[in-house]
Structures are given as structure tokens and as C-alpha cells.
Design a protein around this ligand. Structure first.
Ligand SMILES: CC(C)(COP(=O)(O)OP(=O)(O)OC[C@H]1O[C@@H](n2cnc3c(N)ncnc32)[C@H](O)[C@@H]1OP(=O)(O)O)[C@@H](O)C(=O)NCCC(=O)NCCS
Length: 317
């Protein structure tokens, strides 16, 4: 049965226990806390255990989101996992999550658009439910970026961390609560700017090019997201951007005149860049903090490898 719209009903997240501080990194490569904090704002990041897979983290986050929704596995008929770092490609991570949670016959798919993966996956869940091809979806972002990090490259190894975040999405007939139409796209001519490739299976990026793109090109796209949602920037309860880099977040926030308390930027400081996991991770912590009232608008925006970007406005569950 088709519905007019969908809404996020719950959140969940997971981070591995092991913390890697900037001082720890300074023992591994020629770097220091002051350089890292001043360039990217990161103080520490979480590192998955050697035998901990992307699927394991996705399962923890998804289970929490399901429990927080007060739902049973049989209530879910779609599982989407956004990831760029899962080493196991078959079965996909979504099937692993479904199996672990006892979800019997869902549509199950992984989505790879790197750091915008969660927003792309959320948009696909929204569309599938609206046209009646699914009833309720688990949408997860999960990454083990430390498994694709070159630990000898000081320009990149200081940036990344591991973790997972998840939401449950279901239909609603209340337009006030509905997820807004996604604004999404890519810059294929810049596909070489961030890479994880067969011959060099580590994240390689042209850092300054990414920085320039993010701080000059993204603000108008984020405005478009708000416009499509019919919400003004100053009406947003929170702006949850991809936690790539504190300076990028601050640059975008300044261009769009966001008030400081609206911009969610703490997770980059304590989690590092966790790619597709970063927005659902930060969102889950925000919702669980109780700082945003239920029904208040939250703008999500992801951007990264591809280059790709996507964003939408959701209502706080
Ligand atoms: C990666 C990034 C922090 C590098 O900062 P930068 O100011 O561009 O730094 P540069 O690469 O020009 O290097 C400047 C100097 O710092 C040095 N440096 C690089 N990494 C360092 C580190 N971890 N510690 C100490 N010094 C470092 C460089 O070797 C260079 O030294 P040199 O001038 O003697 O050659 C920055 O480009 C950035 O934030 N880019 C965006 C990356 C991103 O967010 N990607 C994900 C998007 S999804």
C-alpha cells in the first residue's frame, strides 16, 4: 500500500571501545595534537577490533534502533546498509544484518556512495515505502575505515575512525512529519579526488581539493535541501552535516548563517571521519540527548567520495 510520506521513528548507534588519541598517533607517524586539532578539529577516534567487521558494527546499531522503536524483526521488510569499507562483498552487509536480527525476507541492499551513503540509502527507503514496495525499513551507515587507512600516511591516517548508526523508517500520512524529497547528485569529473582502489586499497585523497570543493560548492546545495523541505535555515532545530572536518563544517555554517547551537559538530572531535556512519552516528547521539524536541526539523547532509552528495530534512523522532 502506498503512503504519502515516511518518517524516522527511532535511532541507534555503536562505536568500538578502543580510543586512539592524537598523542597515540604521534607515536606512529610524524604528527602532533596541535596540528591535528588546528587543521581538522579531531581529538580522538574509535578503532574497531581486528576481528570486528563492518557487519558486526552495523548489527549493533540496527538492533538498538529496532529496540528503540519498540518493534519486532518481523515488522521490518527492508534493510539498507551504506558502507564504503565492507571487505565482504557477498553476502552484502544488509543480509548479514537481517540474518543476525532475525528479519526473515527483507529487500536487502548495500549502498556505496562513500560519505553520502546514509542519505542516499535513506532516500531509497523513503521512495520504496512511499510507492508501497516496502512497509518499514532499517537504514544503517557502518564503516571500518581504519581497515582501509594507510597508517604510514600522516596526511590521511589522522582523519578516520570506525562506527555505525541506524534509523527505522516507516510510512506516515502526516505531511508535517515526512522526510523531505532528497537533493542528491555527484561530480564524476572529480572522481579521482578521493579513492580506494584495487591497486592501492587505502583511502587516498587530494585533501586541499576536497576542502575547497566542500567549502565553496556545498552551501547552495544545503540551501536547496531546506527549500525542498519548505523550511528556512533559521527554523531548523539542528544541522547534522557529514563529520569530515571541523573546519569544513564551520566554513559551511558560516556561509549559511547557522547559529552555533544548531550545528552538530561534536562528533568529528571524538569520532573522527566515519564516512557513511558519521551522520547517523551524530544524529543518534543528538536524538538520545533529548536536546531536540520531537517533530522538530533536522537537516542531514552527506558529501564525499565520488564526489557525491545528498541531503534531506527529517523530523526528530
Ligand atoms: C587533509 C588536510 C587536513 C591537510 O591540510 P592542508 O592544510 O591541506 O595540509 P597540506 O597537505 O597542504 O600540508 C601542509 C603541511 O602539513 C604537513 N602535514 C600533513 N599532515 C600532517 C600531519 N598529520 N601532521 C603534521 N603535519 C602534517 C604536510 O606534510 C605539509 O608540510 P610541508 O608544508 O612541509 O610540505 C586538509 O586538506 C583537509 O582537511 N582536507 C579535507 C579532507 C577531508 O575532509 N576529506 C574527507 C571528505 S569526505
Amino acid at each position: 500500500m502506498s503512503v504519502n510520506g515516511t518518517r524516522v521513528v527511532s535511532v541507534g548507534h555503536y562505536q568500538p571501545e578502543k580510543v586512539l588519541t592524537n598523542d597515540d598517533l604521534a607515536k606512529m607517524v610524524d604528527t602532533n595534537d596541535e596540528w591535528i586539532v588546528s587543521r581538522v578539529g579531531i581529538k580522538e577516534r574509535r578503532i574497531a577490533a581486528e576481528d570486528e567487521k563492518v557487519a558486526d558494527m552495523a548489527i549493533h546499531a540496527a538492533r538498538q534502533a529496532l529496540e528503540n522503536a519498540g518493534l519486532q524483526p518481523g515488522d521490518i521488510d527492508m534493510v539498507l546498509v551504506a558502507t564504503v569499507s565492507a571487505k565482504d562483498t557477498c553476502p552484502n552487509t544488509a543480509c548479514r544484518v537481517a540474518d543476525a536480527l532475525g528479519i526473515s525476507t527483507p529487500a536487502a541492499m548495500d549502498v556505496n556512495t562513500a560519505c553520502s551513503g546514509f542519505e542516499y540509502a535513506l532516500a531509497q527507503a523513503d521512495m520504496a515505502i512511499r510507492v508501497g514496495s516496502a512497509t518499514r525499513a532499517l537504514v544503517v551507515g557502518a564503516e571500518k575505515l581504519t581497515a582501509v587507512t594507510d597508517w604510514e600516511d600522516r596526511t590521511s591516517c589522522v582523519l578516520f575512525g570506525d562506527g555505525a548508526g541506524a534509523v527505522v523508517v516507516e510510512g506516515t500520512d502526516d505531511p508535517e512529519l515526512a522526510i523531505s524529497p532528497v537533493v542528491w547528485g555527484s561530480e564524476p569529473s572529480m572522481s579521482d579526488v578521493i579513492r580506494i582502489e584495487e591497486d592501492v586499497p587505502y583511502i587516498k585523497q587530494a585533501g586541499q581539493t576536497v576542502f575547497r570543493w566542500a567549502t565553496t560548492q556545498l552551501a547552495p546545495l544545503i540551501e536547496q535541501v531546506a527549500e525542498r523541505a519548505g523550511v528556512k535555515i533559521d527554523e531548523l532545530a539542528a544541522f547534522v552535516p557529514h563529520q569530515a572536518n571541523l573546519r569544513i563544517i564551520q566554513g559551511i555554517a558560516k556561509r549559511l548563517d547557522f547559529s552555533d547551537d544548531c550545528v552538530i559538530a561534536e562528533d568529528i572531535v571524538y569520532s573522527g571521519n566515519t564516512s557513511a556512519a558519521s551522520v547517523p552516528l551524530a544524529l543518534s547521539k543528538l536524538v538520545q540527548s533529548g536536546k531536540v524536541p520531537s517533530g522538530a526539523p533536522i537537516l542531514l547532509f552527506g558529501f564525499g567520495g565520488g564526489l557525491t552528495y545528498a541531503g534531506q530534512v527529517i523530523r526528530c523522532p
